[in-house]
Design a protein around this ligand. Structure first.
Ligand SMILES: Nc1ncnc2c1ncn2[C@@H]1O[C@H](COP(=O)(O)OP(=O)(O)OP(=O)(O)O)[C@@H](O)[C@H]1O
Length: 578
C-alpha cells in the first residue's frame, strides 16, 4: 500500500538514477577488467610455486614479477578511475535532485513541518554517500564472486565445495545482519534527529533560555534526548560490529581451512602447491565484496531509509505544473466562500468567508485571538491552500499565478518577522540572485525604513542574523515591511504590523498604506489595535473562523456599537442577558 503511494516519487528517483546509465555501463566494464586483474595475485603464486621453484629460473621470476607489477598497476588505475566515475555519478544524482528536493522540503515545511520535511536534504545526501562509497563498488564486484568460486572448483572440486559453503554462510550472515540491524539503526537515527532538533531550538532561543533561568532544565531535556541517541548509536554499532567481526573471522578461518584442505590434497598428490596457495587467495578475493558490504551496512541502511523517505516526500509534494505567464494583475481581490483547514487539523480555522477588495482600498481584518486572521493572511499569500472556495486576484485564482509569482504581486509581512543571515540589502531583496539596488532603496523608502537603515553602522550592508542580531524588534518589523514592498507588489498583506512598533513606526506603516492606496494598490491589515486600522476604508470582522461583519469601516463600527448598545440594554432588562 505504502509502496503504491510512493510510486510517483520512486519514479522520479529512478529517472534521476537512469540518467547516469551510460556511466554504470562504464563502471561495469571497468569492474570486469579490475576483477580479471584480481587474478594476477593467484596466477603469480601459481607460476612461482609450480614453475619458478620447479625450474629454479631467476629470469622467469624476474619476467613474471615485472608483468605482475604492470598488471597490478593497471588494476590500481582502473579501480581508481571507476571510483572517481562513481563519485561523479553520485554528485550528478544529487545535483539533479537538489532543486526538486529543496523545493519539496520548503513547501512541506510551510504546511507540515514534520520529520519527512526536516530530513529531506539529509536523505538525499545519504543516498549520494552510498553511491560514492566502496560498498556500491562491491555491488559491481559481487557478480564475480561465483566466477572466482568456479575458478577454485577447477583447481579441485573439494576446494570448490568448501569455498561455496563459506560463501553461502556469509550470504546468510548478510541477510540476518540486514534483518537484525534494521530496527535498531532506524531507532537510533530517529533519536539522533530528535536530539539535534532540541539542541537547534535551544540554540536559537538561547536568549530566552538564559533570561528565564532555563539553562539547567534545557540541558537536562537535551541530555535526555542525547543519551537516548547515544545508547541507540552504541547499540546499533555493537550489533553492526559483531557482524563485521564474525564475517572477518569466518573469512580468515575459511582461508586457513582452504590452505589446510589444499595441503591435504597436495599430500594426496591431487593438487599442486601453487594451486593450494592460489585457491586460498582466490577465495579471499571472492568473499571480499560480501565482507565489505556487511562492514558498511549502516551506510546501506541509512541510504535505504533515505530512498524510502525521499520517494514518500516527492510523492506527497508533487512538482509545480508550468503555468502560462499572466500579465501584472490589478489590485482586485475577490474571496469567495473561503474555507481553510490548517495542515494536519480536522477543523477549519476559516469557514465560508467571502469579501472583496478594490484598487485603492485598505481592508482591516479584526477579531479576537484565534479568530482566523493569520490563517487568512496565509491563505492570501498562497502558503495554505483553500480547502474550499476561491481566492481570485484580478480574476485569476492564486494557483494560476504560481507561488513565486504570487510573492511578487502580494507582499507579505508576517506576524513574527525573521530575517535571513546576510546583509539588510540582501534581506530586503528577498535574497535575490540579481538584487536591484534602486528597488531596494525604493522599498525601504516606501516602508519609511531608509533613514533608520542609514543610521546603522554599515547602512544597507549591515549584516543581520536569523533572529535579527543587533536589530530591535521594531527595526526588524520595518525591514520586514521593506521586504514585503520590494518589487512593487499590487497587494500588501500586513499581519499585526504594529505589534513591535513605536508611534513613529506606526506612522510609517500608515504612510506606506496611504501611498499604496494613492498608487491604486490595495492593502490588508490584520490587527488588534485601533491605530492599525486608521487608514482602512473597509473592515472585515472575524469571529471563530467566520465572517461576522464586512463593509465600509464606519458602517461596520457603527453596527457593532449599535449591537453593543442593544446587548447592554437587553442585559439591563429583568431576565435579560447577564
Ligand atoms: N499551524 C497551525 N496548525 C494548526 N492549527 C493552527 C495553526 N495555526 C493556527 N491554527 C489554528 O487556527 C485558528 C486560527 O488561528 P489564527 O492564527 O489564524 O488566529 P488569529 O486570529 O491570527 O489570532 P491572533 O490574533 O492571536 O494572531 C486557531 O484555532 C489556531 O489554533
Amino acid at each position: 500500500m505504502a509502496r503504491q503511494n510512493n510510486e510517483k516519487g520512486l519514479e522520479e528517483l529512478r529517472a534521476a538514477r537512469r540518467e547516469s546509465r551510460p556511466y554504470y555501463w562504464f563502471v561495469a566494464i571497468f569492474s570486469f577488467f579490475v576483477n580479471m586483474l584480481m587474478l594476477t595475485g593467484p596466477l603469480y603464486m601459481l607460476q612461482v610455486y609450480d614453475r619458478v621453484l620447479g625450474s629454479r629460473s631467476v629470469a622467469t621470476l624476474i619476467a613474471l614479477s615485472v608483468l605482475v607489477v604492470f598488471l597490478y598497476g593497471m588494476m590500481g588505475l582502473l579501480d581508481y578511475v571507476r571510483g572517481r566515475v562513481m563519485g561523479r555519478v553520485a554528485a550528478r544524482f544529487q545535483n539533479r535532485l537538489d532543486t526538486r528536493v529543496f523545493d519539496a522540503v520548503v513547501r512541506r515545511s510551510a504546511v507540515q513541518p514534520d520529520q519527512l520535511a526536516a530530513t529531506g536534504l539529509k536523505d538525499l545526501e545519504s543516498v549520494q554517500r552510498l553511491m560514492a562509497s566502496p560498498v556500491l563498488m562491491a555491488i559491481f564486484d559481487i557478480p564475480w564472486t561465483p566466477v572466482f568460486l568456479i575458478g577454485i572448483s577447477i583447481f579441485h572440486p573439494w576446494l570448490g565445495i568448501l569455498a561455496m559453503s563459506g560463501g553461502a554462510i556469509l550470504i546468510v550472515i548478510t541477510i540476518v545482519n540486514q534483518w537484525v540491524t534494521r530496527n535498531p539503526t532506524q531507532k537510533s537515527n530517529v533519536a539522533t534527529f530528535q536530539a539535534e532538533q532540541i539542541s537547534d531550538q535551544l540554540r536559537q532561543e538561547s536568549e530566552m533560555v538564559q533570561a528565564l533561568g532555563m539553562r539547567r532544565a534545557a540541558f537536562l531535556r537535551w541530555h535526555e534526548a542525547r543519551a537516548k541517541s547515544l545508547s541507540g548509536q552504541i547499540g546499533s554499532a555493537d550489533l553492526a560490529g559483531s557482524f563485521t567481526t564474525l564475517t572477518r573471522t569466518l573469512r580468515l578461518l575459511l582461508q586457513s581451512a582452504m590452505l589446510g584442505l589444499g595441503a591435504y590434497l597436495v599430500l594426496q598428490g591431487e593438487l599442486t602447491p601453487g594451486a593450494m596457495i592460489a585457491g586460498s587467495i582466490l577465495m579471499g578475493r571472492a568473499l571480499a565484496p560480501i565482507e565489505l558490504a556487511i562492514g558498511q551496512w549502516t551506510l546501506v541502511e541509512r541510504a535505504r531509509k533515505g530512498w524510502t523517505n525521499l520517494s514518500q516526500l516527492l510523492s506527497e509534494v508533487r512538482p509545480e505544473e508550468p503555468r502560462t505567464a499572466l500579465p501584472r494583475p490589478r489590485a482586485k481581490l475577490d474571496v469567495q466562500q473561503l474555507t481553510v483547514v490548517p495542515p494536519g487539523e480536522q477543523q477549519a480555522a476559516l469557514r465560508i468567508v467571502s469579501f472583496n477588495l478594490e484598487p485603492g482600498q485598505a481592508l482591516g481584518v479584526i477579531g479576537p485571538s484565534g479568530a482566523g486572521k493569520s490563517t487568512l493572511a496565509r491563505a492570501l499569500t498562497g502558503v495554505w491552500r483553500p480547502a474550499g472556495g476561491k481566492i481570485r486576484l484580478d480574476g485569476a485564482t492564486l494557483e494560476q499565478y504560481g507561488p513565486d509569482v504570487i510573492g511578487e504581486h502580494i507582499g507579505y509581512l508576517p506576524q513574527r518577522v525573521s530575517l535571513f543571515d546576510g546583509t539588510i540589502a540582501e534581506n530586503i531583496s528577498r535574497l535575490s540572485q540579481a538584487p536591484d539596488d534602486q528597488k531596494i532603496v525604493e522599498a525601504a523608502k516606501k516602508a519609511d525604513a531608509h533613514e533608520m537603515i542609514l543610521k546603522l553602522p554599515e547602512g544597507y550592508n549591515t549584516r543581520v542574523s536569523g533572529a535579527g542580531g543587533r536589530l530591535s524588534g521594531g527595526q526588524m518589523q520595518r525591514i520586514g515591511l521593506a521586504r514585503a514592498m520590494y518589487g512593487d507588489p499590487v497587494i500588501l498583506v500586513l499581519d499585526e504590523p504594529n505589534s513591535n512598533l513605536d508611534n513613529e513606526g506606526s506612522m510609517a506603516v500608515n504612510k506606506a498604506i496611504r501611498r499604496m492606496k494613492e498608487e491604486g494598490k490595495a492593502v490588508l491589515i490584520m490587527a488588534h489595535r485601533p491605530a492599525a486600522i486608521a487608514e482602512c476604508d473597509m473592515l472585515l470582522m472575524l469571529e471563530n473562523g467566520s465572517r461576522s461583519a464586512f463593509g465600509p469601516k464606519d458602517e461596520v463600527l457603527q453596527s457593532r456599537v449599535k449591537n453593543h448598545d442593544q446587548i447592554r440594554k437587553t442585559a439591563a432588562l429583568p431576565g435579560g442577558v447577564r
